[in-house]
Design a protein around this ligand. Structure first.
Ligand SMILES: NC(=O)c1ccc[n+]([C@@H]2O[C@H](COP(=O)([O-])OP(=O)(O)OC[C@H]3O[C@@H](n4cnc5c(N)ncnc54)[C@H](O)[C@@H]3O)[C@@H](O)[C@H]2O)c1
Length: 348
């Protein structure tokens, strides 16, 4: 029996990937999360719980979904020398091979955390370095390292000089400043991914998702928060900063499609953008959601809130050419899904 590991499997991207893997493979999926931020699987898995013992819970009729509630670093340390033997004994399943490793465990937290507690975010360096060490020793079939658009030099994302960020704008030989400790961590992770591929022969790809969003995202992120407030017809409508700052919003289903394709086709530790290739300001986002809600509010800018860089969006030409991939879900369709969920959750 083969198994895949998803660290941070109860976070936004992780839980969507766990569900996707469960429906598209017959292998065992072991997902590890300390639930510091992630949601308990009872909240988002529709499969029934089939057993629980200590911090290990299995789900699904065939018990192929296995949740370990723990710090990923503890699990990596415990399984470092012989993961097949470790997980076989721990879970009482005869595993024959280690499949893919999706590494989503991280301290992310949104703009308030990135600017407000940068040293907490820097703990990602500790999580990532143990992850890379484990990967170098155990060489899974295929590895995903989620970097971020925050790895790009911030001087390319200002009010006056913003450009559509291309993969080649990060060049380790000629570097600009990434965005805070979060961006530095991700850039370090990209560098280690290259090393892992070149020196240890592991198949690994980095993704730089721009602003991933979806129906089941935490309210600390702007898209679901704005949708919820529009659903409740907030007026005046608060926006952080002037609202003219923009991001490249991409639906989680598109992020997963592109990620899985990239894992099949890119193995040298290099990075790809995942976005729509389109800048949408927060004012436009408010416009879309309040249009769905059928009203036009007065905008109330909150100028003391952190807003990050002014304009962050990507150039998707390389992905189109290299992977033949383009996003399928338009901003309006994706935001409609988020809005409908917000109405279900907060209004009905
Ligand atoms: N969501 C996006 O649009 C986006 C964009 C760029 C990059 N990323 C990257 O993708 C990854 C996942 O992001 P997300 O949006 O799902 O974040 P998230 O905060 O929703 O998920 C991270 C998960 O990791 C868990 N976690 C944190 N520390 C842990 C530890 N030591 N051990 C075990 N679990 C731990 C948290 O409980 C949480 O469930 C991150 O690396 C993030 O930087 C996401």
């Amino acid at each position: 029996m083969k198994f895949h590991i998803v660290s941070g499997g109860c976070g936004f991207v992780g839980r969507n990937m766990v569900k996707r893997l469960f429906s598209t493979t017959q292998d065992v999926i072991i997902f590890v999360d300390d639930l510091s931020v992630g949601w308990d699987p009872e909240q988002w898995l529709s499969e029934p719980k089939t057993s629980s013992s200590g911090n290990i819970f299995t789900y699904g009729e065939d018990a192929r979904l296995i949740f370990i509630k723990d710090d990923i670093r503890e699990v990596l340390r415990a399984s470092l020398n012989d993961p097949l033997d470790y997980f076989s004994k721990l879970l009482n399943i005869e595993f024959s091979s280690l499949g893919k490793f999706f590494h989503f465990a991280a301290i992310v937290g949104g703009r308030a955390m990135i600017d407000g507690d940068p040293i907490k975010v820097a703990l990602d360096l500790a999580i990532d370095s143990e992850f890379f060490y484990w990967i170098s020793r155990n060489k899974p079939d295929n590895v995903l390292y989620p970097s971020s658009s925050a790895a790009y030099p911030i001087d390319l994302q200002t009010d006056k000089d913003a450009i559509a960020l291309s993969e080649s704008d990060i060049n380790f030989a000629k570097m600009g400043q990434p965005d805070m400790t979060y961006g530095w961590t991700k850039l370090t992770g990209e560098f280690l991914s290259k090393i892992i591929a070149e020196h240890y022969g592991v198949k690994i790809v980095c993704i730089r998702p721009f602003s991933g969003y979806g129906e089941d995202q935490d309210l600390s992120y702007p898209v679901p928060a704005i949708a919820a407030r529009a659903a409740k017809k907030e007026n005046p409508f608060e926006v952080w900063g002037s609202g003219k700052q923009g991001r490249d919003f991409v639906h989680i289903d598109d992020v997963l499609d592109c990620t899985l394709l990239a894992m099949e086709k890119i193995h040298d530790g290099s990075a790809i953008n995942i976005g729509q290739g389109r800048l949408t300001s927060f004012l436009e986002l408010i416009d879309i959601f309040t249009d769905f809600a059928g009203y036009k509010p007065t905008i109330k800018p909150l100028l003391d809130k952190p807003v990050g860089v002014h304009s962050r969006y990507c150039n998707m030409d390389y992905v189109k050419e290299r992977l033949g991939w383009e996003p399928k879900i338009s901003i309006r369709d994706g935001m409609r899904r988020v809005y409908d969920t917000a109405v279900e959750k907060y209004v009905k």
